[in-house]
Design a protein around this ligand. Structure first.
Ligand code: UDP
Ligand code: MG
Length: 149
């Protein structure tokens, strides 16, 4: 099963959108297999966004994602990487279609509510920054839970 790394950024948490965002992920048919709410360390944030280290927005991006608590998740399911990129919508919310998270809840690139890994390589790298293997549950365990005593 494909895994991707999802973050509800501090603006999403501050605005009370955690439930709304997780609800969209679950309703789409994907499963959360790891989850944490914390203030991301500057070290983790810089490692996470290292591809952007030379960009003019890098400092403000690190300041933004470490400015308050965020929710980190591993989300799992068939084609989860491509599906979550589509669920989130375009990076600049001006271009994000209604029905996407950014298209429904954001108005500017610098406060665009969510992150999703953009490729299998990024997903593997990002998951390893934010989670230990032992913090991720086996996807199949979720369906093994018996709903009767
Ligand atoms: N970002 C920004 N200004 C820009 C481009 C990006 O503040 O001009 C921020 C924005 O929060 C974005 C993140 O940097 O989500 C990472 O940029 P990327 O191009 O990787 O977009 P994403 O993968 O998040 O859609
Ligand atoms: Mg990106």
């Amino acid at each position: 099963m494909e895994q991707t790394y999802i973050m509800i950024k501090p603006d999403g948490v501050q605005r009370g959108l955690i439930g709304e965002i997780i609800s969209r992920i679950e309703k789409r048919g994907l499963k959360v297999t790891a989850m944490r709410l914390n203030v991301m360390s500057s070290e983790s944030a810089k490692e996470h966004y290292k591809e952007h280290a030379e960009k003019p927005f890098f400092a403000s991006l690190i300041e933004y994602v470490t400015s308050g608590p965020s929710v980190s998740m591993v989300v799992e399911g068939k084609n989860s990487i491509a599906i979550m990129r589509a669920v989130n919508g375009a990076t600049n919310p001006v271009n994000a279609l209604p029905g996407t998270i950014r298209g429904d809840f954001a108005i500017e690139t610098g406060r665009n509510v969510v992150h999703a890994s953009d490729s299998p390589e990024s997903a593997k790298r990002e998951i390893s920054i934010h989670f230990k293997d032992t913090e991720i549950v086996s996807y199949s365990k979720i369906d093994e839970v018996c709903l009767y005593e």
